[in-house]
Write a protein that binds this ligand. Structure first.
Ligand code: CA
Length: 646
């Protein structure tokens, strides 16, 4: 029996493990060596969906562009361990798969055999659920529903034992077994650590019996939650849970800083003498979706983007996580990339892909999962939400970033060049030349930041059109460091006044009360404002007590031609004199009379265009004097504009 199995393995090796041809691809990937990287450091790849992907017609290629066994491509790239999730029974009563790779133990055996044939070990990730288990969701398998904890503990033990025996019988080289997936306070429908620890113990017991050499790992998520990991580790210690590795998910967008990661893992390693590792991580190499099913991470939103979404950015993320573990965390044993092989099953249409997802389980969930998981899968089933975080492109060719695992050992320091350019955002006065910057900010391939020279493409005709067409936003492209640079230029009537709508109170403005008004201040009252919620307000009870100016001196006003306008409304003004004005020094250059009529009737005074030569201080403002109709007068002033004049 053993001999027979051995020859099957040899045959598999022959089929799948074409010898590595050893050519360099001339990869432009920059990878700084990780100093002190142990020879046996684990570089894992979760490849749980590969079988469903292949059934859907996905093909994988090697770096030279030849169709290849994806496991061999991974092994050649420095991957030492393949991780696979295991669900108890991801099928409905009619035998339709729930999706997400339909990862039951049969799938795991198939993946395990292929990984072993390529010289890699398997990390078995028991979810103890029929479908996805994560911090928010740890549903009990259908067959175990309603079991008391004693019975469920026995079920976990027997199930784990049976699964691991199947792997052993198939000759799979199991290096590690997870007794649960992201078990933050929940596991297999249990909600108390008192019960959860029994299940973890049962999984560990079965693992020790079948694979005594394998490591037993617990896996948690959210290292950024202060104190949570210390609490989990303390609980495990209190209950004397049998495990070797305290593992964490670490997705840089959500899971805090590398400093924090290093601190929380170090604390556990030093306090309890456990090995620690990153069991899941990934990073987007592009913001684009490729399978017509929206992705978890893309441009926009509130995610934290530590690196640009480029192939190099993806590699830098993995490299820096590894470096953090190796250089700063005692007992760190590895990093596993999550689902780097999960790519689009097709690039033609949603309909075509949808059929494959439903038939082969190559999307995250099928409609058939609705009965088991109505709240999540039942509503949102569909394709792959992480295809832009894979390490293969949509056609199945490995990205350069896949080489990061190999390169980290010796380093691969190619010349430092720009990897991504920051967009330029510019606001430009319609009357002034478009002043594009000489440099743009770049993220370099070594993750440093530099300003690199840029050459913009802005023909004179286009710039003329930009000045002639009124307010609008234009995209200007250019070339910087061999890449396309983008500038977004907003052509506006630039307002040279600050706090032009009084939303920042009286900042920038000076009231000069020439008589003694009862009220003269900036008021917060949306219904009395022309725009925003605030405006300048005046009121006085006594007749002939309103006379004031409200002025601003613009800080920087280039020489040129300008107009100034401001608006007023009010009532009970009686005989009154109101005007907008522009002064140079103490000399009024231009003014424009205004009228106060009734509530809500705003009058905008626009002074005729005036010439300004640099060096002369300019003041703009409004003069108000009201005798009052009967008693006092009141009014509101808002929206001052000092714009270039044509
Ligand atoms: Ca997608």
């Amino acid at each position: 029996m053993l001999r027979c199995l051995f020859s099957v393995l040899l045959a598999l090796s022959f089929l799948f493990c074409l010898p590595a041809l050893g050519e360099e691809t001339g990869s432009p990937l920059y990878v700084r060596k990780v100093e002190g990287l142990p020879e046996d450091f684990i570089f894992g790849m979760d490849a749980s969906s590969v079988i469903a992907e292949e059934a859907s017609g996905v093909k994988y290629y090697d770096a030279a562009g030849r169709e290849a066994d994806v496991f061999q491509v991974l092994a050649d790239s420095g991957i030492t361990h393949i991780r696979v999730r295991v669900w108890n029974d991801p099928y409905d009563a009619d035998g339709n798969g729930y999706g997400g790779g339909n990862c039951d133990i049969r799938t795991a055996v198939e993946i395990g055999k292929r990984a072993t044939a390529c010289g890699m070990k398997l990390i078995v990730d028991f979810h103890y659920s029929d479908f996805w288990a994560d911090p928010g969701k740890q549903m009990v398998p259908k067959a175990w529903a309603g079991m008391a904890i004693e019975e469920k503990t026995e079920a976990v033990y027997q199930y784990t034992l049976d699964c691991l025996k199947q792997l052993k019988d198939a000759g799979v080289d199991v290096g590690m077994v997870q007794t649960g997936n992201e078990t933050n306070n929940l596991l297999c429908g249990e909600k108390t650590w008192f019960n959860i620890q029994y299940l973890m113990q049962a999984g560990a017991k079965a693992t020790r019996e079948v694979f005594p050499e394998a490591l037993v790992a617990l896996h948690f998520a959210n290292p950024e939650k202060a104190g949570s990991y210390a609490t989990y580790a303390k609980k495990m210690d209190y209950y004397q849970v049998d495990y070797d590795v305290f593992a964490t998910s670490y997705y840089p967008y959500w899971h805090g800083t590398l400093d924090n990661l290093a601190a929380v893992l170090t604390e556990i390693s030093e306090t309890y003498g456990k090995k620690v590792m990153v069991m899941e991580t990934s990073y987007a190499y592009t913001p684009e979706d490729s399978d017509f099913f929206g992705n978890t991470v893309g441009d926009g939103g509130t995610i934290i983007k530590d690196y640009p979404f480029t192939v190099q950015g993806q590699a830098n993320s993995v490299r820096n996580i590894t470096d953090t573990l190796v250089s700063r965390v005692p007992g760190a044993i590895g990093v596993v990339y999550w689902e780097g092989t999960w790519i689009s099953v097709g690039t033609n249409s949603w309909e075509e892909n949808h059929e494959k997802w439903e038939t082969f389980g190559s999307g995250w969930a099928t409609s058939h999962a609705a009965g088991y998981d109505p709240a999540d899968a039942g509503k949102y089933y569909g394709g792959c939400a992480v295809d832009n975080q894979a390490m293969f492109d949509p056609a199945g060719r490995p990205l350069d970033s896949l080489q990061v695992f190999r390169y980290m050992r010796e380093g691969h320091e190619v010349p430092v060049v720009p990897d991504a350019l920051e967009d330029v955002n510019l606001v430009c006065d319609l009357s002034l030349p478009v002043a594009l910057p000489d440099t743009v900010n770049a993220v370099m391939n070594d993750n440093s930041r530099q300003a690199v020279p840029v050459v913009w493409e802005l023909p004179a005709e286009k710039e003329e059109e930009m000045h002639a067409s009124g307010p609008a936003v234009y995209e200007i492209t250019g070339e910087a460091g061999g890449m396309q640079a983008h500038a977004w230029v907003s052509m506006v009537y630039y307002n040279y006044l600050v706090n032009d709508s009084f939303e920042d109170g009286d900042t920038g403005w000076t009231f000069t009360d020439l008589k003694k008004a009862d009220e003269l201040y900036v008021e917060d009252k949306k219904t009395d404002s022309l725009t925003g919620t605030k405006h300048a307000h005046f009121w006085s009870a006594a007749r002939d007590s309103v006379e004031f100016t409200l002025e601003q001196q613009p800080a920087e006003l280039p020489a040129g031609r300008y107009t100034f306008s401001i608006s007023v409304m009010g009532g009970d003004a009686g005989e009154h004199e109101v005007y907008a004005y522009v002064k140079e020094g103490d000399t009024v250059l231009k003014s424009e009379p205004m009228k106060i009529t009734s509530y809500g009737s705003w009058d905008t005074g626009t002074v005729p265009a005036f010439e300004h030569t640099e060096g002369q201080p300019v003041t703009v403002g409004i003069y108000v004097r009201c005798q009052g109709a009967g008693n006092g007068a009141w009014g509101k002033i808002d929206d001052a504009k000092l714009n270039s004049a044509p």
